[in-house]
Design a protein around this ligand. Structure first.
Ligand code: NCD
Length: 448
């Protein structure tokens, strides 16, 4: 496997929908006899580099590799690595992905760090959670569980509840649900709504329509009026046309996915009266066939009395993490083949603009503003909109560029000026504001 042909799993987009379904088939095979596959990855070594706490993700990856007959080296505690001496993530993965390991699993507190690892390591990199950005292998566990429970994913009605802003599991899951044409109802704790860049992406890349939802029979979960939103990928509801008059009534729920408040990513916000799934709530008519899901760890969001309800599947999600991760690693190491085509749009290879001056990612938790500030070239995918929108190649956050500079002339123009449109792509530098352009020592074409 060369660096050019290696596959990584940084975002759930790095697998096509058909590949995901084929991984389920392999995972099912592995699951039937977990102990029967010790030849599949014999001789391969997986390294887990975890710069944040973890129980399930790291141990299930390690168990999966051991069950496939491979070996494991692990850095589970950042305080024991050279990061404390000032080593960059890029250097660490170059070394560990050199002769130490054949596949890396990385967890890191900064948004977009997994993409850095994937770009610098010679071997496949799996994102075990990067800041509040994505957690694609949790999504594989979630989809696999739901698929086994419901027999299909298309058209399901799924409620996402709790801290939708900072939960990386929610972001990857929402993108995947949209691809499987599920309908998503968001029930955020107020102030912790799905980030705008996620909603914009769901609309732009998956044609998801948003409208207001009403979930009258789930008291305690819909905190505040009109806090629910209905996001549909497949069946735009007639009522969605009149959202302000008649919110979409959620009458049937296939799954409710609860998340804990991601306190380690908050800046002291109160989470008083955080929603909770109780036995009473499970009696609501809309919950009759609902599966209760949670990526775990649970704090107080699901009361312990719900554990014995056959509709509770959160421990099953964790259990299925081993066979699905076995399938994923066997695939990325070339030990099993999938006949499905890869995604048309591999996020590692999109046409991007490297910005040495100009716009920087507006997300202060992005790795380009964090540990990568000393060595990463800022990199964006430019959307063909007016004004242009720049999507950070690492964390996915969007920035609007109102001005465009020309490196050859040293002049900058308003984004829609005729001169701006004529600047060749390699000569463009994007700016959010005139001040930013002036401080990069560009001069205004208008002489301002
Ligand atoms: C999640 C995570 O780390 O994002 N845990 C997990 O991997 N199962 C969810 C969480 O920590 O709340």
């Amino acid at each position: 496997m060369t660096t050019e042909t290696k596959r990584d799993l940084v975002s759930i987009d790095d697998l096509s929908t058909d590949e995901i379904v084929q991984l389920f088939d392999h995972a099912d095979r592995f699951r039937e006899e977990l102990r029967g596959w010790s030849d599949v990855c014999r001789g391969s070594i997986m390294a887990t580099l975890f710069f944040e706490p973890s129980t399930r993700t790291r141990l299930s990856f390690e168990s999966a590799m051991l069950r496939l007959g491979g070996g494991v080296v692990t850095a589970a505690d950042v305080a024991t690595t050279s990061q404390v001496k000032g080593e960059s993530l890029a250097d660490t993965v170059r070394v560990v992905g050199g002769s130490y390991a054949d596949i890396l699993v990385v967890r890191h507190p900064q948004d977009g760090a997994a993409r850095v690892a994937a770009r610098y390591a010679q071997v496949p990199v799996i994102n075990g959670g990067d800041g509040s950005h994505e957690h694609p292998t949790q999504t594989l566990c979630d989809l696999f569980t739901l698929w086994k429970e419901k027999g299909q994913l298309e058209g399901l009605d799924v409620v996402l509840c709790g801290d939708l802003r900072y939960s990386r599991t929610i972001h990857s899951f929402a993108y995947a649900l949209a691809r499987f044409k599920a309908n998503i109802v968001t029930l955020p704790y107020p102030g912790f709504e799905l980030p705008q860049y996620v909603i914009d992406r769901l609309r732009r890349d998956f044609g998801v329509q948003a409208s207001v939802a009403s979930v009258g029979d789930l008291p305690g979960l819909a905190v505040g009026e009109n806090s629910a939103a209905y996001l549909t990928a497949s069946k735009p509801h007639q009522l969605a046309l009149f959202t302000h008059l008649t919110p979409y009534q959620v009458q049937h729920i296939d799954a409710i996915y609860m998340t804990r408040a991601q306190r380690e990513r908050h800046s002291g916000e109160s989470t008083e009266n955080y929603p909770r799934i109780s036995r009473d709530l499970m009696r609501a008519a809309s919950m009759k066939d609902a599966r209760v899901m949670h990526p775990l760890p649970r704090v107080d969001e699901i009361s312990y009395e719900v554990d014995s309800d056959p509709r509770s599947v959160y421990f099953r999600q964790a259990e299925l993490g081993v066979p699905i991760r076995m399938a994923l690693m066997a695939f990325l190491l070339g030990k099993i083949e999938l006949t499905a085509s890869p995604p048309d749009f591999l996020s590692t290879t999109f046409g991007s603009v490297a910005q040495r001056g100009g716009v920087s990612c507006g997300n202060e938790k992005c790795v380009t503003n964090g540990e990568g500030v000393r060595y990463l070239v800022r990199d964006f995918r430019v959307l063909d909109t007016s004004p242009p929108v720049l999507v950070c190649a690492y964390c996915g956050k969007e920035t609007i560029a109102l001005f465009i500079g020309n490196v050859k002339s040293g002049l900058f123009h308003c984004h829609n000026a005729a001169e701006a449109v004529r600047i060749e792509s390699p000569d463009r530098v994007y700016f959010e504001s005139e001040e930013q352009a002036l401080s990069a020592e560009f001069s205004s074409a208008g002489g301002a």
